[in-house]
Design a protein around this ligand. Structure first.
Ligand SMILES: [Zn+2]
Ligand SMILES: [Zn+2]
Length: 370
C-alpha cells in the first residue's frame, strides 16, 4: 500500500529538481527491463510514475499534501489525460504504452532477444497437396504417385552453402556469434541491444564462394515423386497426413508434414454415401407389373436381381455387401441400393395401343383414386 514516490526514487522530501532527475535516471537504469541483473518492469513503471508526478511542481505540491489519492481527482493522471510520456520522449503516448515507447525508442522489445532465432532449430513447413482418384479406386488399397517439391539439404554442397569447405570463414562482423551488440546513449545512460548480425544473417559464417546450386543457402527445393498408399474405403475430401514428408527443418529441426487431400471422381452410374452405393434401375411397365429378372452392375461386377411382380416406382432393392469397404475395415462392406424407376411408354405403336386399351377395359378404372 505504501507507495511513497520519494522512497521509490530514493530521495528525501526536500530533493531538488536536479536531484530528482538524477535519481530517476539512476533508478530507471537499474530497473529497465533490458537490464538482465536488476531489471524489473513493474518497478520501472513505478519509477516513471513517481518521477512524472514529482517533476511537476503543482502535482508535487498536491502529492505532498494529499498523497497519490489527491492527484486522482486533479486530472493529473489515470484519467483520460494520462501521462504525457517521459521527458525527452516527446509525449509519445500514455503511460500504458510504456513498452511501445521503449521498443520504438531503442529499436527492440523489452526482451532484447531480437533475431536470435536464426540458429535455433525450426520445424520445416507443411505442404498441402491434393490428388484425384477414380470412383472405383477405394474398392481396394491403391498406390498413387504424388509430386512434391520439398525443401531439402542441398546435395551439391551437403548443406554447407559453399563451393568448397575452404570458402567458409568465420564472420568478421560478429566474430562467429551471429549477434551484434549496439550501444546507444540515452537519458538512462548506455543501453545495449543485441540483434542479428547483418553481415552473416545470424549464421556466424561468411561464404566467399557460395554454392551455385543453392545460392549459398544450403537448402533447395527438390522435385520428388513418391508412392502413397491410399487405403480402401477412403472418401472424397479426406485429408491424410504424411508425417515428415514436408520441408526439411532448419538447424536440425524436425521435418514438416504433407497434408494430402483425396478427391474422388464421380461415376456416371453410381452414387456413394460412406460405404453404401446407390443406383437407379429403369423398368418397363410390364416388367414392373409382371416381375422380372434383371442384371444390374455393381462396383464389384454384375449381379442378378429378381424384381417382384407389382414393383412400384421408387421401390428400393438391396444387394447386401455389394458396397464399398469401410475404411480400415476392409472385410466390412456397405450395401448397394437399387431404386426402381418405372418407365411409362410414350411412343406406343398401333398394336401396343390396342393391347393397352384392351387391358384398360379389363381393369375398369380400379387403379384410379382421387
Ligand atoms: Zn556475422
Ligand atoms: Zn548448395
Amino acid at each position: 500500500m505504501t507507495e511513497d514516490y520519494y522512497e521509490i526514487l530514493g530521495v528525501n522530501k526536500s530533493a531538488s529538481d536536479a536531484e530528482l532527475k538524477s535519481a530517476f535516471k539512476k533508478a530507471a537504469r537499474k530497473f529497465h527491463p533490458d537490464n538482465s541483473d536488476t531489471g524489473d518492469e513493474d518497478k520501472f513503471k513505478k519509477v516513471g510514475e513517481a518521477y512524472e508526478v514529482l517533476k511537476d511542481p503543482q502535482k508535487r505540491q498536491i502529492y505532498d499534501q494529499y498523497g497519490a489519492e489527491g492527484l486522482k481527482g486533479a486530472g493529473g493522471f489515470g484519467g483520460a489525460g494520462g501521462f504525457s510520456g517521459f521527458e525527452g520522449f516527446g509525449g509519445a503516448g500514455g503511460f500504458e504504452d510504456l513498452g511501445d515507447i521503449f521498443s520504438s525508442f531503442f529499436g527492440g522489445g523489452f526482451s532484447g532477444a531480437g533475431g536470435r532465432s536464426q540458429n535455433r532449430p525450426s520445424r520445416g513447413h507443411d505442404h498441402e497437396v491434393a490428388i484425384q482418384i477414380d470412383f472405383l479406386d477405394p474398392i481396394n488399397d491403391t498406390e498413387k504417385k504424388i509430386r512434391l517439391n520439398p525443401l531439402e539439404i542441398c546435395d551439391a554442397c551437403d548443406g554447407k552453402g559453399a563451393e568448397n569447405e575452404s570458402d567458409i570463414t568465420t564472420c568478421s562482423t560478429c566474430g562467429g556469434t551471429g549477434q551484434v551488440t549496439s550501444v546507444q546513449n540515452t537519458i538512462f545512460g548506455q543501453v545495449r541491444q543485441n540483434s542479428t548480425c547483418p553481415t552473416c544473417g545470424g549464421t556466424g559464417k561468411e561464404i566467399k564462394n557460395p554454392c551455385k546450386s543453392c545460392k549459398g543457402r544450403g537448402y533447395k527445393r527438390v522435385d520428388k515423386e513418391i508412392d502413397v498408399k491410399i487405403p480402401a474405403g477412403i472418401q472424397d475430401g479426406t485429408t491424410m497426413r504424411l508425417s515428415g514428408m514436408g520441408d526439411i527443418g532448419k538447424n536440425g529441426g524436425p521435418r514438416g508434414d504433407i497434408y494430402l487431400t483425396i478427391r474422388v471422381r464421380e461415376h456416371s452410374k453410381f452414387k456413394r454415401e460412406v460405404s453404401d452405393i446407390f443406383s437407379t434401375l429403369k423398368l418397363g411397365l410390364a416388367e414392373a407389373a409382371l416381375g422380372y429378372e434383371v442384371t444390374v452392375p455393381t462396383i464389384h461386377g454384375d449381379e442378378k436381381l429378381k424384381i417382384k411382380s407389382g414393383t412400384q416406382s421408387g421401390q428400393v432393392y438391396t444387394i447386401k455387401d455389394a458396397g464399398m469397404p469401410l475404411l480400415n475395415r476392409k472385410n466390412t462392406r456397405g450395401n448397394h441400393y437399387v431404386e426402381v424407376d418405372v418407365v411409362i411408354p410414350s411412343n406406343l405403336s398401333r398394336e401396343e395401343k390396342k393391347l393397352l386399351e384392351e387391358f384398360q377395359k379389363l381393369r375398369r378404372g380400379q387403379d384410379i383414386e382421387v
